[in-house]
Ligand binder design. Structure first.
Ligand SMILES: *Cc1c(COP(=O)(O)O)cnc(C)c1O
Length: 431
């Protein structure tokens, strides 16, 4: 399979280069040249298959030409060391729980898959270094995804004092091949340091650097796996007739993967993109004008994105045709007040504890579902990851799963650095 750039000015490239480069040289995002369609027979019996078996079929469609089946299926099975179960919240509305992985958020799937694919492509060619700037959640998913993966060393740059203690513990306590760098600055400073390193030809000649951000094809495509698995679970319940899928969205990688699933033949009827107050995509669906803007802080902070990077992929997938996009996807947007109200209301009526991101998804589904439809929304993180806000909203304690508590008890280690590029560069050259 070859990959093109949404920028339209980079040459077609193979999977290996697309994964190692991350971003195309024209700064566009890589897209597979074709989207393979799976046979109808697969969907007729999908309810009888296990999650890893389903995921292997989906992975084969994209990657089998480039990775031997044994290796590819090994990567898939190692990635899915946990389940993504569908839980009924109330009649007709299900939560696809994507928080059963190591860092309790859906990014574990993409990060684990990407780490293993990168290892596959760089094995035996010397060490490779992954630089990742994080405002909190990406760093923990990437660090845990790469933890213990041979031949790869990860540097997580995070802004001093600006990530929550839970988030910080998830990438500063790991050790092994993971190093946390505490930058005396804000998230933008961290990102600027990573960008400067990638633009530094001399440094790149000395070290093999790669990024692990969410635009990498090896991170976003595997997110399609769990949409097929959700559909299979609904089919088993006899509820697969008119399925609506609702995705709480920030950078839109997760929704984009779902839309790829539909293109592969997955019979999902329609999609809802749920936003917090950062409503660039919602507004775009209304009038077709894309107006990126500065993000605003909300309770669902992993969706505080003012210029979603995967918008380019979705727009490309629909051939820049607003009507076609609207036929598949509608939008919703909620304020912090509405998010809090939804968490309280859902808990009071059903006993289900939503996290602030899932709350946007649940509400959009509840408001948007039509008679005869069955809906599921992605519960993208465990509510305990946002313990302080959820407890404040509910006025009740939120139980912390054991694997999260274990992070909190670990010893935190980070290398303190200034925000100037020269210190960062010297540091990288010294280790
Ligand atoms: C990253 C994230 C999102 C947004 O996902 P995108 O793919 O960026 O749209 C939603 N919820 C949680 C908990 C996240 O970590």
């Amino acid at each position: 399979m070859r990959y093109y750039s949404t920028g339209g000015k980079a040459p077609l490239t193979g999977l290996r280069e697309a994964v190692v480069r991350g971003l195309a040289e024209d700064r566009g995002l890589y897209m597979p040249e074709r989207i393979p369609r799976l046979p109808d027979a697969f969907f007729e019996t999908i309810g009888t298959l296990s999650f890893p078996d389903i995921a292997c079929r989906v992975a084969d469609a994209f990657f089998a030409e480039d990775i031997p089946a044994g290796d590819l299926h090994g990567i898939v099975r190692e990635t899915l060391s946990f389940d993504c179960p569908l839980r009924e919240v109330e009649p007709g509305i299900f939560a696809l729980e994507l928080f059963h992985g190591p860092t309790l958020a859906f990014k574990d799937v993409g990060a684990r898959f990407m780490a293993r694919m990168l290892r596959h492509f760089t094995r035996g060619t010397g060490d490779i270094r992954v630089l990742v700037a994080t405002s909190g959640d990406t760093g923990s998913a990437v660090a845990n995804g790469f933890l213990g993966v041979e031949g790869i060393r990860v540097f997580v740059l995070y802004p001093k004092g600006k990530v929550s203690p839970i988030q910080e513990s998830q990438f500063t306590t790991l050790g092994q091949n993971i190093t946390a760098l505490e930058i005396d600055g804000c998230f933008d400073d961290c990102q600027a340091l990573v960008k400067a390193a990638f633009a530094d030809a001399e440094l790149r000649a000395a070290q093999r650097l790669t990024s692990a951000n969410s635009i990498n094809v090896a991170r976003f495509l595997p997110q399609a796996f769990y949409y097929f698995h959700a559909y299979a679970q609904l089919q088993r319940k006899g509820l697969a007739d008119k399925v609506v899928c609702c995705v709480p969205s920030g950078n839109f990688g997760n929704l984009c993967a779902a839309l790829f699933g539909k293109r592969m033949g997955l019979p999902i009827h329609r999609f809802i993109a749920a936003n917090n107050a950062n409503r660039v995509f919602y507004d775009f669906l209304q009038d077709g004008e894309y107006r990126p803007r500065a993000s605003v802080q909300t309770l669902a902070n992993a969706m505080d994105v003012g210029d979603p990077s995967n918008f380019a992929r979705i727009w490309d997938l629909y051939g820049h045709d607003l009507r076609a996009l609207r036929a598949d996807v509608s939008g919703a947007t909620y304020t912090d007040g509405q998010i809090a109200e939804t968490i309280r209301d859902c808990y009071a009526r059903t006993g289900y504890v939503l996290d602030p991101h899932g709350a946007c998804g649940y509400r959009a589904l509840k408001e948007g579902l039509r008679p005869g439809e069955t809906g599921f929304f992605c519960e993208t993180a465990h509510p305990a990851k946002f313990k302080d806000s959820v407890e404040r909203i509910l006025g009740a304690p939120v139980a912390v799963p054991e694997r999260l508590a274990a992070f909190m008890q670990g010893t935190r280690r980070a290398v303190p650095l200034g925000k100037d590029y020269e210190s960062f560069r010297q540091y990288l050259l010294s280790v």
